[in-house]
Design a protein around this ligand. Structure first.
Ligand code: DON
Length: 310
């Protein structure tokens, strides 16, 4: 097939959607957070934003869903901005974990320093960096997400946050373990309160693709304002490539070949440096917690547009 160019994208996204929808029925909607189990499995949307300002969408791209772990990228950027990168990296590593996102096993042997900021343990430490430093971290995150997406109506889905809190024994265990190892400064309850809220932020594919566009655009907004220093863009995109999909990251790099972050709400947001940000949403997950149809769609996109970074 010849390389697809932006002129063909409306047709291309519809074709990718048709192919990726064939994966629906092969995965499992997350049910360990009961509020997520109610989301219809047939949802499917894609949004693409280009660094020249063009945008394309298909399917349910404008419907808000629970961004879950995708929020960990926003809190990382916020923490790096608020307390500085060195203060973050003294408490969190930068290596893939090779373990499930909610695993505890490495913490004990590694002095409570989580392998990276995207596994739950690392994200809890990053959230603690904010909780220990600022009065209202959840509100700061919300303000940032509203500004970066250009959508002033973004909100936390409190029913999802409550549902996770009621069933969050594993995250509570991780947080207590971190506390016992001296790598959590705030109270466990305070960190978990913010963490469940950040995961319950509701955004659409289009909101997320817009919010992540600076990571594809040397840290700049479409009108040339600098949101993220270029060195930080390089580093965060590298972390997305190596740690963004947990123990599925190698297979994702093999198939799709771009930096990305998944969430158990079924979203995957990805960055194609110098060209596009792209977000796919479809709630059925593979056994590692990454959207099955979403991965298929992103693979089809980078193949058709020859836009893998490799
Ligand atoms: O802490 C949790 O388990 C969820 N709030 C987030 C996990 C998640 O999204 C993992 N991503 N694929």
């Amino acid at each position: 097939m010849p390389e697809q160019t932006p002129a063909d994208f409306d047709v291309l996204l519809d074709r990718i959607a048709a192919t990726a929808r064939a994966e629906i029925g092969k995965g499992q909607v997350a049910d360990y957070i009961p509020a997520l189990a109610r989301i219809p499995a047939g949802k499917f949307g894609i949004a693409v934003c280009a660094v020249d300002g063009a945008e394309w969408t298909t399917g349910d791209a404008r419907e808000a869903f629970s961004i879950q772990s995708i929020s960990k990228v926003l809190t990382l950027l916020l923490a790096m901005e608020t307390i500085g990168p060195d203060a973050v990296w003294s408490r969190v590593g930068r290596e893939p974990s090779g373990t499930p996102f909610n695993s505890l096993v490495q913490l004990e042997g590694e002095r409570g320093i989580p392998r990276n900021p995207f596994i739950n343990a690392g994200a809890l430490v990053v959230t603690d960096c904010l909780t220990a430093q600022t009065v209202s971290p959840a509100y700061q995150l919300l303000t940032m997400a509203r500004r970066w997406s250009g959508n002033p109506d973004l909100a936390f889905d409190e029913s999802v946050a409550r549902s996770e809190a009621e069933h969050g024994h594993r995250n509570a265990a991780i947080a207590h373990f971190l506390k016992s190892q001296g790598n959590l400064k705030s109270k466990v309850e305070d960190v978990l309160h913010v963490y469940y809220r950040q995961c319950a932020l509701a955004m659409s594919c289009l909101d997320l693709a817009r919010a992540f566009l600076p990571l594809a655009n040397k840290g700049q907004t479409l009108d040339g304002r600098s949101l993220i220093p270029p060195l930080r863009v390089k580093r965060v995109n590298s972390l997305l490539l190596t740690c963004g999909l947990y123990d599925g990251v190698g297979n994702f790099a093999f198939r799709v070949g771009i930096p990305a972050k998944s969430g158990v709400g079924g979203g995957i947001v990805a960055v194609i440096p110098g060209r596009y940000s792209i977000c796919v949403w479809s709630p059925e997950l593979d056994e590692l917690g990454n959207s099955l149809p979403g991965t298929a769609a992103l693979e089809a996109f980078t193949d058709a547009t020859q836009s893998s970074i490799f």
